[in-house]
Design a protein. Structure first.
Length: 187
């Protein structure tokens, strides 16, 4: 289904029926995100509402021109409240990413186009015992500041990238104390 800005929406219910009222509410809230994307952009949004025990979970993934945003809210007893919180979380990610990218652009002196990695996943397990999911990604050269920005935007505990100064593959991860760690593979 298309939104007003050519944004495509898919609403999925896992363990819960998506009622017309819930669908309308989710679309109304998520459509506010359209203002952050250029008109005519190829934007895909997947909204997943699921239930685990008594908790409602809302997860939203947005893919647009090489940018991948994801937010998830757990432990809500109301699906509507979960949708509100996940939209707030996504808007916070976008504002933070925009501020960090502007700072990086000012520091470098050039307005370079920055694209987030789109991680293409293959859901088929290699072995039922060991690997349950396999992903491939292309590494884009970037500095550590940009890698932190992208890791935060993806809301992942780690991020793999190519260091633009050394051209080594690096793994950035969030430590238990909230700080960041870096593993660098030397060629």
């Amino acid at each position: 289904m298309k939104g007003t800005n050519d944004m495509e929406y898919q609403i999925v219910g896992r363990g819960v029926e998506i009622t017309p009222a819930l669908k309308e509410y989710a679309l109304k809230k998520i459509s506010k995100m359209e203002k952050y994307f250029e008109k005519g952009s190829d934007v895909h949004c997947t909204i997943t509402i699921s239930v685990i025990k008594i908790y409602q979970i809302a997860e939203v993934s947005i893919q647009a021109d090489g940018i991948y945003l994801r937010a998830k809210v757990n432990d809500q007893k109301d699906a509507y409240a979960a949708i509100d919180l996940v939209v707030d979380k996504l808007e916070g990610q976008i504002r933070k990413m925009k501020a960090q990218l502007e700072r990086l652009r000012r520091q470098s002196g050039i307005a370079k186009a920055i694209a987030l990695e789109v991680i293409n996943g293959d859901e088929e397990p290699e072995s039922a015992k060991d690997i349950v999911k396999r992903k491939t990604l292309s590494l884009t050269p970037m500095d550590i500041e940009e890698a932190i920005t992208r890791m935060d935007a993806l809301d992942h505990p780690f991020f793999i990238f190519e260091d633009s100064s050394t051209h080594n593959t690096c793994i950035l991860y969030r430590r238990d104390d909230g700080e960041f760690g870096l593993i660098e593979a030397v060629k």
